[in-house]
Design a protein around this ligand. Structure first.
Ligand code: 26W
Length: 825
């Protein structure tokens, strides 16, 4: 029985008028009454907040209507649990999705304020590292667009991903401060606060009816307080909630201590609690292994589950219907502890039988894997889990016992197979493998591209796949075309609309209509002109930030993403050095002028990644200033890469570098953003590039390099890369010049070990893919010289990007994993 009557049809205020005059009046009203500023003295930040408040009001009704609708219809709710949401800015997205852009622009104009200035002033919500966090943000937008009742659950970090500055070409990390001016988008919900426990012990208790229960008695408590942000779908179809948790002490000031004169000690609990949500861990592929990280994971998992169960009970009154009404998607293993927490809630707190609870749990949860890199697979020492979450550790052991018994009895697994599927890793000290926990507690485990999903079946989860062969499935990633085409490239959006009409705005597959215009010289010309305007914008940014002049007539060759050895920025920069040598050796040749643009952050403790950034800067300094190059090649590294910078760079790219070692990039999503904006991809057969090759056709993409199988073979044979280097004088020359200090005269040995690694093991196949990559780059030059051909390829890329819309991805999650029917729109 519902605990209290739910009112679905309470009166709502009249929807507000959307005229320029109305908005203008409202912005002024917000400035005066909400911000408390006279327009005469208001600063830009005040105008920004006032504008956001006015826009926010326009989505409130839809927000409330959306949630009432879910209560009324009893539809299944989707909960997306993610430690990261890399949202970026929200104002333009919200305005554009509810169709308010032009009206707000005009209203502000009348007030002598430039909308674009305000847009640029909004801080990025950088609550994520890279691909996984940005995917969560695209998914949130698509779920609203597809009118799925969905909630995102995560952490409201006080400080998002660090700000990157350059000091003489080295990365320096500075704290990020997105909340410095407050956050007009969020609503604090003090009434939605939950207690979170840590530590303590487990006590067996016998209930009056004689049943034995385990009761966890934590000795450390804090509060998770909810902050809600509205996420608007396309055309305001639906507004869902992103609920981020902030940690607060239960007793902000320890009065005993305060009264006894220990004023600092009195605040101890407060700062200890708040530490949990203070900062995002900045590593995107190596596990931190620190206690605070585990605390973050449990903190947000527990708060989210308590919220989910409370809401469910309020509406349905029983827990048996959980899998019919609730789907919880785990974004990687970071929230995997939620599986044990759900079991605790059902068994310990609600007296459910173990087997029944396990069935419900598995019905509710599903898990997405985002990486196969061994160093990124989470595992926690048993001793740590036992100390921090003693009851959860017991539950994990109990789950493991069930799984191993099943493996032994039903599947007749041998000892090695048992060890592979066990939740406990016995190598070295005992550790709990979160991937295994997430797998056994979920009814669906998905990879993020076709290749990645196959590799999951063959590698990390090979034996679990044998045990539960129906669980692994593929959901190739996608991106939201609203942010990554319409908003970041209004010029291209306008051009496409003029050509094929506006239908593609609501059905991205309609972009296919552009195929028919790819050979039309006028359209090619227009398409190229839009690109040039974007390139001029990027050239200005490069000039402003770096003082380097680049020509928008050059080929803009772009690699922007986290810096990682497997992503092979090193291959790219070595090839630039080789090109530099060639240009000087053969000044008579018909060189294609190129600008190589790099951007990306390195994990603060990842030495080689930081060294690669320094190398890019060192190489750029030499090449950009060498008169013998005659401006034919420029190399720039744009600092502090984030979503907003990406929105400027992506539409300006001619060439998209997606050159990871085959088998190592789970999917990639940057590749899709470039494709949407008419860049040509140079890439390996890795991640979603494989599907891109299929969608766009071999003629419209440049593929090179070893295949996943070839990479595996070479690694298995421990083949030394020396032969590849000996075979390639160009490569050798480039490596020698870097290793001998040509680009680092102040410290000639700086790159000796980095380059030495390529001779030694070359795990990432930089040397062995070099010739193939160089040849591919020459092919790119040839294509560029045939401008009609290039433009045609670019148009085909935009035309065929439909498959990579996150709307398609979310539809597949909804139908195959969450058991939702999506209305045809
Ligand atoms: C625990 C430390 C840690 C943090 C983040 C390990 C691993 C991660 C992520 C799984 C890294 C990540 O962002 N992976 C990327 O996910 C994207 C979305 O699916 C894919 O497109 C990228 O290929 C994948 O690298």
């Amino acid at each position: 029985m519902p605990q209290k009557p739910i009112v679905y049809d309470a009166p709502t205020p009249e929807p507000r008028a959307v005229t320029v005059e109305a908005l203008q009046a409202e912005i002024l009203e917000k400035l005066t009454y909400s911000i408390g500023k006279d327009p005469i003295v208001a600063r830009r930040h005040d105008w920004l907040a006032a504008t956001i408040y006015a826009v926010r009001d326009r989505i409130m009704d839809r927000w409330m209507e959306s949630s009432r609708d879910t209560w009324r219809t009893s539809n299944k709710r989707v909960y997306y649990l993610s430690l990261e949401f890399l949202i970026g800015r929200l104002m333009r997205d919200a305005m554009s999705n509810v169709g308010l852009m032009d009206t707000v622009r005009e209203a502000l104009n009348n007030l002598n304020v430039e909308l674009d200035d305000l847009i640029d002033l909004e801080p990025d919500a950088a609550l994520g590292n890279g691909g996984l966090g940005r995917l969560a943000a695209c998914f949130m937008e698509s779920m609203s667009t597809l009118q799925i009742p969905a909630y995102g659950y995560g952490i409201r970090y006080a400080h998002g991903l660090f700000r990157q500055e350059m000091s003489e070409g080295w990365q320096v990390e500075l704290p990020e401060d997105w909340l410095a001016h407050g956050n007009p988008w969020e609503f604090e919900r003090r009434e939605s606060a939950y207690e979170i426990g840590f530590g303590g012990h487990v006590e067996p208790v016998t209930d009056p009816d004689g049943t034995l229960r385990q009761e966890w008695r934590p000795n450390d408590h804090l509060l998770a307080v909810a902050y809600d942000t509205p996420i608007v779908g396309w055309r305001g179809a639906r507004v869902n909630t992103l609920r981020l948790w902030s940690a607060q002490p239960i007793d902000p000031i320890l009065l005993d201590k305060f009264n006894s004169g220990d004023h600092i000690g009195a605040l101890e609990e407060s700062s200890r609690a708040e530490a949990i949500t203070r900062v995002l861990y900045p590593a995107d592929a190596t596990v931190a292994g620190q206690e605070l990280r585990l605390r973050q994971e449990f903190f947000f998992s527990s708060a989210s589950l308590q919220d989910i169960v409370r809401r469910h009970l309020q509406q349905y009154g029983d827990l048996g219907s959980l899998p019919d009404k609730v789907a919880v998607q785990l974004n990687d293993t970071h929230p995997a502890i939620a599986i044990a927490e759900m079991m605790r809630i059902l068994v310990d707190l609600n007296g459910m039988r173990w087997a029944e609870a396990w069935k419900l749990t598995r019905g509710v949860f599903s898990y997405t894997n985002h990486t196969l890199l061994p160093e990124a697979l989470e595992s926690w020492p048993v001793a740590l889990l036992e100390r921090l979450l003693p009851r959860h550790m017991q539950i994990i052991y109990a789950i493991n016992a069930d799984v191993l018994t099943e493996a032994r009895q039903r599947a007749k697994f041998d000892d090695q197979q048992i060890a592979n599927v066990s939740l406990i890793d016995e190598h070295g000290g005992r550790r709990v493998r979160m991937g295994q926990l997430a797998f056994v507690g979920s009814h669906s485990i998905n990879g993020v591209s076709a290749l990645h999903t196959e590799l999951m079946k063959q590698t990390v989860f090979a034996d679990l796949h044998k045990l539960y062969p129906e669980r692994i499935n593929n959901k190739t990633n996608g991106i939201t075309p609203r942010r990554w085409l319409m908003q970041c490239n209004p010029g291209l959006t306008r051009l496409i609309t003029e050509r094929i009409g506006p239908d593609f705005l609501d059905d991205i597959d309609k972009l296919r209509g552009l195929d028919a215009h790819a050979d039309d010289p006028t359209f090619q010309e227009q398409f190229a002109r839009v690109k040039t305007v974007k390139k001029a914008r990027l050239a200005k940014l490069i000039k402003d930030r770096l003082g380097v002049t680049v020509s928008e007539g050059a080929l803009f060759d772009v690699q922007i993403k986290r810096i990682h050895e497997y992503k092979r920025q090193l291959l790219n920069i070595i090839q630039a050095v080789a090109a530099y040598d060639e240009i000087r050796a053969h000044p008579e040749k018909d060189w294609v002028p190129r600008v190589k643009v790099f951007a990306g952050k390195a994990a603060p403790s990842y030495w080689n990644a930081k060294l690669i950034i320094k190398l890019i800067n060192d190489v750029g300094k030499v090449i950009n200033n060498d008169p013998a190059v005659r401006g034919l090649l420029k190399v720039v590294f744009l600092p502090n890469y984030n979503v907003s910078v990406a929105e400027i760079i992506v539409p300006a790219a001619d060439l998209s570098e997606q050159i990871s070692t085959a088998g190592m990039e789970a999917s990639g999503t940057g590749n899709m953003k470039f494709m949407a904006n008419g860049a040509i991809t140079i890439g390996t057969m890795d991640g979603a590039n494989v599907e891109m090759h299929k969608e766009v056709g071999a003629d419209n993409i440049v593929i090179f390099g070893l295949s996943t199988e070839q990479v595996a073979e070479k690694r298995a044979k421990s083949e030394v890369p020396r032969a590849a280097i000996d075979r390639s004088p160009r490569l050798k020359e480039a490596l020698d010049s870097i290793a001998s200090g040509v680009f680092s005269p102040d410290d000639p040995n700086r790159y000796r070990d980095l380059i030495g690694g390529l001779y030694d093991h070359d795990w990432f196949m930089v040397a062995r893919d070099f010739d193939s990559y160089s040849a591919a780059q020459r092919q790119v030059d040839a294509l560029w010289l045939d401008r009609a051909r290039w433009n045609r390829m670019a148009i085909h890329n935009t035309a065929r990007v439909g498959f990579f819309s996150s709307d398609r991805t979310i539809r597949q999650y909804a139908e195959d994993i969450w058991g939702l029917a999506i209305a045809n729109q």
